[in-house]
Design a protein around this ligand. Structure first.
Ligand code: HEM
Ligand SMILES: *[C@@H]1O[C@H](CO)[C@@H](O)[C@H](O)[C@H]1NC(C)=O
Ligand SMILES: *[C@@H]1O[C@H](CO)[C@@H](O)[C@H](O)[C@H]1NC(C)=O
Ligand SMILES: *[C@@H]1O[C@H](CO)[C@@H](O)[C@H](O)[C@H]1NC(C)=O
Ligand SMILES: *[C@@H]1O[C@H](CO)[C@@H](O)[C@H](O)[C@H]1NC(C)=O
Length: 270
């Protein structure tokens, strides 16, 4: 049972909420609405959870949106805002817009799952050709951290091979792993570290929350630790090594550490 205030809100807003969830109705961007390279920021704007015009994304707006759309705690939302506001070229800005996020090599980077590199075309509009490359690495109905790691590496190898301006720094890697964790955080099972592929494809392709597929905002509050845990798992799963016994799916950190030590030693001529 929703609280009376929510029901009242529903009446006074002429029931613009969808029936089962607190997610406002989806409207595609209109002329003049700004959108960017982040499928989730675009999605939240399409639902009016962030400003629908994609402008004036303030700290308050991010805290509210991350809570309403994803049940993030405010600490996590503030961390994300503080990392993002540098995308606004004005010094000491208190907001950013969706198209600030398009600035290449500020936050936006090469090797994305669903956008082409700036060198080849639009770095921020959803690109079906690119996303179809990504989807090849999600061969099962449930996406695992290993599938996500494979998609990430594949896009980077493609970019590194054919984009003469390919750039992917340590700091990009840090952001990229967070982005790879995002679908698990938004739509997945955090215990199992899996996420339903149908929901993820629907989200990327429509920039819409998958309420009509039965998804709802998770009940448990999401904290920064959850993102770090899933990001780390994906980072681990990007290793192209296997152990002798596990046939290519498992990861033995001890063995990997030994192997790394060996190679590092060999390079030092030990
Ligand atoms: C203040 C909040 C956020 C900002 C400023 C932001 C910004 C960005 C930017 C600039 C990119 C582009 C990186 C690239 O070039 O690939 C990106 C990608 C991405 N973001 Fe966000 N993001 C935010 C929150 C979120 C949240 C909460 C989620 C989902 C839980 C999310 C999901 C994603 C995903 C999945 C990508 C990768 C897209 C791809 O590789 O094609 N983001 N984000
Ligand atoms: C930005 O903030 C810094 C530190 O508070 C201050 O020194 C600087 O003058 C500010 N710049 C502008 C353009 O307001
Ligand atoms: C989509 O990506 C392909 C491959 O990089 C590129 O040729 C095409 O121009 C891109 N489309 C847009 C709209 O950028
Ligand atoms: C994924 O979600 C779709 C849509 O709700 C559902 O039909 C399907 O059974 C789910 N798949 C798995 C593996 O849970
Ligand atoms: C990982 O590899 C090490 C070194 O070969 C071995 O001692 C250890 O038992 C392995 N651990 C697992 C979980 O397989």
């Amino acid at each position: 049972m929703k609280s009376p205030a929510v029901l009242l809100g529903c009446f006074s807003l002429a029931c613009s909420m969808s029936e089962a969830t607190g997610i406002p109705k989806w409207h595609p961007p209109g002329p003049g609405d700004l959108r960017g390279p982040c499928p989730m920021m675009n999605t939240l704007a399409n639902h009016g959870i962030l400003p629908h015009d994609g402008k004036a994304i303030t700290r308050e707006a991010v805290i509210k949106a991350m809570h309403q759309g994803l049940n993030f705690d405010s600490t996590l939302a503030i961390v994300m805002f503080d990392q993002a506001v540098i995308a606004n070229p004005e010094p000491n800005a208190t907001f950013f817009t969706s198209d600030h996020l398009n600035r290449h090599n500020v936050l936006e980077h090469d090797g994305s799952l669903s956008r082409t590199d700036a060198f080849f075309g639009s770095n921020h509009i959803f690109n079906q050709t690119i996303f179809d490359q990504t989807r090849r690495y999600w061969p099962e109905p449930l996406i695992t951290t290993s599938h996500m790691a494979n998609a990430k590496i594949a896009r980077q190898v493609e970019s590194k091979s054919f984009n003469p301006e390919y750039r992917f720094t340590d700091s990009v890697e840090h952001f990229s792993l967070g982005e790879m964790a995002a679908p698990f955080i938004a739509f997945g099972d955090l215990e199992q570290a899996t996420v339903n592929r149908t929901l993820v494809e629907y989200f990327f392709e429509n920039e819409r929350l998958p309420t009509e597929l039965g998804w709802d905002v998770r009940e448990e509050v999401v904290k920064v630790e959850a993102i770090l845990r899933i990001s780390d798992m994906i980072g681990e799963a990007t290793s192209l090594f296997t152990t002798d016994s596990d046939g290519g799916v498992g990861h033995n950190c001890t063995k990997r550490a030994l192997r790394r030590g060996f190679h590092a030693g060999a390079r030092r001529g030990e």
